[in-house]
Design a protein. Structure first.
Length: 673
């Protein structure tokens, strides 16, 4: 991303006759002259590698291919096959090419910053005459392709701070001059030239030339406003977004995913399928309609049953708790701005005004359930024989999310968590974590997710507890993952403030990743809230607390399910499982009998006796994504059969009524019941 700072390898004042030893990824070593570049190394290995080379890693750090090697180091040549590195480099360069193209087309435009994003890049500009619009994008794309096809070399230079500020001021680049002026005195500042006629301040690294980019593997997607440095009191800029990939094929696949994501948007499907709605008077809370709430109840019933099978005891705790619990737990200091605080408010006796007692205790709507679960654990004396104690709750929580951050079911202010807490001894951590992982595999499989990635999130910079406690907690989760035979990656610094955690990321039908399940290991909260049990030695000990959730929140997970299945839910989760539809009026009595028999078989049934053509009825109920339509006409009534039409199928199958209902009821059975 265009920025300032040091390049990873300094330009040396080295004895060019000196030799350095480089270690390649296969473990082999070579001696090369100091000052040899990554391109030289790639060329020595083979012409094919030299042609494919994009950059290199030196002792793990990503560097320009043209950077000189000045010390003994491990060196790996980066090519397009190295997906993560290649995409970061490519998107970085596309941001520069975008800026160059805009300034070529619109002289007087000032450049600011242009970082990479999860799927592309953006760049913020200060236009000379008018804000950019989406109508400008095709011309900018054409100019970018011309720059790429020109195969302009990308060259790094180091500038003195004062000289660079003077250059930016001379060129009318006030934003760049301001940023350069804030850099520390004496800090080396690098710039990158595209050919000999355009440059930007940047720490790098970059590709060797613009020609390494595929001119057909990017697309500018939208224009938005953005404040300089995110400050609403500063200048408004024009932000141009783009997406970029290694190949045209990858771009095409990504654009298809975007189209699919739009088609599957749970907010759109929620309206079309009459599942729920949102409105301004209850920001961040959901109005569930009958069909949507049937889905909710089915999911809750399924989870309740699986948790009961897993040895959990379901509880229910208060919505509002005294602030002292949140202070003791540490949430008051860390999360108070996201909590709905409830002071002691009483109505005035002679008016509609409310009076806040200045001496009242502060209360809060709970943003999470853990302090309340500790209070349940503390009732009565607990023995080591009582552990592990697994408590679960479908706990309604409130978090004061910003209005701009709210997003349908995915980000709400009122949520119901499938929350749970396991109180155990330290020697039980590994087995409890393994047991949880096994249960999670069953749940995700039942719900249609079999591609699950696991991350171990370790201690953040701001945290509660001593380092030796964190050492034990992180080691405990790592050992559990090994015992469960699960592959995982480490996410440094991303743990909760009270302990490390496991994160479970689901991949949906169109390849998106959703972080849902968590298992958080906590030595701190039992200490803060004075939880204890009597050990085998007769002394009092602190339990370990495992915070766990499988779905996260029911609202968000239902949103994920709706998008995963594009609204066509599996039979057992579908709000309407069967519609019985008549062909003619003289089959109405038989259709009513079929509907009653289907309800007795445990199916969610709607009956359609309207005086409409059967093709119209089938089309309408198919649009509602009903899994099965049972078509009844005079012939079916006489033979006591039904024509079964499944969602998405072109043909229908005539079956005896009893056989059809038995098959549908079996398909609609909740897993694990």
């Amino acid at each position: 991303m265009p920025d300032t700072g040091r390049d990873q390898i300094a330009e040396p004042a080295a004895d060019m006759a000196a030799l350095v030893t480089i270690t390649l990824p296969d473990g082999s070593q070579r001696q090369v002259r100091a000052g040899t570049t990554g391109h030289d190394v790639a060329a020595e290995i083979g012409t094919g590698l030299a042609k494919a080379a994009l950059a290199m890693r030196v002792d793990g750090e990503l560097c320009d291919l043209k950077a000189p090697l000045t010390r003994d180091a491990a060196v790996a040549i980066v090519t397009a096959k190295d997906e993560a590195d290649a995409l970061e480099l490519i998107r970085h360069d596309f941001a520069h090419v975008l800026a160059e193209a805009v300034q070529a087309l619109y002289p007087g435009t000032q450049i600011t910053f242009g970082p990479t994003t999860a799927d592309g890049f953006y760049y913020d500009f200060a236009p000379k005459d008018r804000p950019f619009t989406e109508e400008d994008l095709p011309a900018i794309e054409d100019k970018m392709r011309a720059i790429i096809r020109a195969d302009k070399p990308l060259r790094r230079e180091v500038w003195e701070r004062a000289d660079l500020i003077a250059r930016w001021q001379r060129d009318g680049e006030a934003f760049k001059a301001e940023w350069a002026g804030e850099l520390p005195e004496g800090e080396e500042i690098s710039v990158y030239w595209s050919g000999d006629d355009w440059m930007d301040m940047c720490r790098g690294p970059h590709l060797p030339s613009t020609g390494k980019l595929d001119p057909d593997a990017f697309k500018l997607t939208k224009v938005a406003g953005a404040y300089w440095r995110g400050d609403a009191d500063r200048e408004m800029l024009s932000r141009i977004y783009g997406t970029a990939w290694r190949t045209k094929k990858e771009l095409k696949a990504y654009l298809h995913r975007l189209e699919e994501a739009e088609r599957r948007d749970h907010r759109k499907l929620g309206r079309e399928l009459d599942l729920f709605h949102l409105q301004e008077e209850a920001q961040g809370s959901i109005f569930w309609h009958p069909k949507g709430y049937r889905m909710w109840l089915k999911l809750e019933q399924y989870m309740r049953n699986r948790q009961r099978q897993g040895g959990y005891h379901e509880i229910k705790t208060p919505q509002v708790l005294d602030s002292k619990f949140w202070r003791l737990s540490g949430h008051w200091d860390k999360f108070r701005e996201n909590m709905f605080v409830v002071p002691d408010v009483v109505p005035s006796s002679d008016s509609d005004e409310l009076h806040i007692d200045p001496d009242a205790k502060m209360m809060a709507l709970k943003p999470m359930n853990c302090p309340a679960h500790v209070q349940v654990f503390k009732q009565g004396i607990k023995s080591y024989r009582d552990l592990p104690l697994r408590l679960s709750e479908f706990g309604c929580c409130h978090r004061n999310e910003s209005h701009g951050g709210l997003h349908g079911l995915m980000r709400v202010r009122q949520m119901t968590q499938d929350d749970g807490h396991i109180f155990c001894r330290e020697d039980q951590i590994s087995q409890e974590a393994v047991t949880f992982c096994r249960l999670l595999e069953v749940v995700y499989g039942d719900l249609g997710f079999d591609d699950v990635a696991v991350k171990l999130a370790t201690r953040p910079e701001v945290r509660a507890g001593e380092d030796d406690v964190w050492d034990r907690a992180e080691a405990g989760l790592s050992e559990a993952l090994d015992a469960a035979g699960l592959d995982y990656e480490v996410a440094p610094g991303e743990g909760a403030f009270y302990g490390p955690k496991l994160e479970f990321h689901l991949r949906d039908a169109i390849g998106r990743s959703w972080q849902c399940g968590t298992l958080q290991l906590d030595f701190v909260m039992p200490q803060r809230l004075d939880a204890e049990y009597v050990g085998e030695d007769g002394a009092k000990h602190r339990p370990v607390m495992l915070h766990r959730a499988m779905l996260g929140s029911l609202e968000r997970f239902l949103g994920i399910l709706i998008e995963h299945y594009a609204g066509a839910m599996p039979m057992w989760l579908a709000p309407t499982q069967v519609v019985v539809a008549t062909i003619t009026d003289d089959a109405a009595d038989y259709a009513c009998e079929v509907a009653e028999a289907a309800r007795n078989a445990g199916l969610e049934v709607d009956l359609d006796l309207r005086n409409e053509k059967i093709n119209f009825k089938v089309r309408e109920h198919s649009h509602q994504k009903v899994p099965a339509i049972l078509v009844c006409g005079k012939r079916e009534a006489e033979s006591r059969t039904v024509n079964v039409r499944r969602f998405g199928a072109k043909d229908q199958t005539e079956m005896p009524l009893d056989q059809a209902l038995k098959a549908l009821a079996e398909e609609a059975r909740t897993p694990g019941m």
